[in-house]
Design a protein around this ligand. Structure first.
Ligand SMILES: [Zn+2]
Length: 201
């Protein structure tokens, strides 16, 4: 497993990898899943371990729909790498176990995304040692700032290109703007002939 931060999609070509962080969330994750299903779109969900533990049915729904799971740590500490090695191992490995337990037998965790993009080598090395490819993003929606639906779409379209990894959030607060923006984004991507894939491993 490479410890290099991945910025590209698995399929190349005119594909995009949609990623959703900070869930699962009982209000927003089902709405995101419903929209993705309408468009036959696959995505990657970077889940926080205790959230998966609390809502295992949502983690199972993600897997059942053919999406991929990504570890997004236990405590979402955006200065994770400033902490001792042991803390970092627990942040990554414990969340991996919690998400795997929620997902059920046979489900696979593919990636690690560090909270706040804190991808210092120590973090990437631990992730890789646990079989998780570190994934970044090339296209930040900044949806967590709740700037309005039009601005979320503008943020995405500013950097959208074949092979984009798009960062959005299905947890961590009111995601009504994200859901509304996603509905428009999926219409747009369909019209533009994009296909939906995953980050490369
Ligand atoms: Zn996050």
């Amino acid at each position: 497993m490479s410890n290099a931060l991945q910025f590209n999609t698995q399929d190349g070509g005119k594909s995009v990898a949609l990623t959703f962080d900070d869930g699962p969330d009982p209000r927003w994750t089902p709405q995101v899943l419903a929209l993705l299903a309408q468009h036959h779109a696959k995505a990657t969900f970077c889940q926080i371990g205790p959230h998966a533990q609390r809502y295992p049915y949502l983690t199972k729904s993600v897997v059942a729909a053919g999406h991929r799971l990504c570890d997004h740590s236990v405590h979402h500490n955006e200065q994770q790498s400033s902490m001792p090695l042991d803390y970092n191992i627990h942040e990554i490995a414990d969340a991996q176990q919690e998400i795997a337990n929620a997902a059920g037998p046979g489900a696979k965790l593919w990636y690690y995304r560090a909270p706040g993009g804190d991808f210092k080598p120590v973090i990437r090395n631990i992730a890789a040692q646990h079989g998780l490819r570190p994934i970044g993003w090339s296209d930040d929606s900044n949806d967590w700032k709740r700037p309005g639906v039009a601005n979320i779409l503008d943020n995405i379209n500013r950097n959208l290109h074949p092979g984009s990894i798009v960062l959005m959030h299905d947890g961590g607060g009111d995601r009504s703007q994200t859901v509304a923006a996603l509905a428009k984004l999926l219409d747009q991507l369909d019209a533009q002939g994009y296909t939906y894939t995953f980050p490369a491993r």
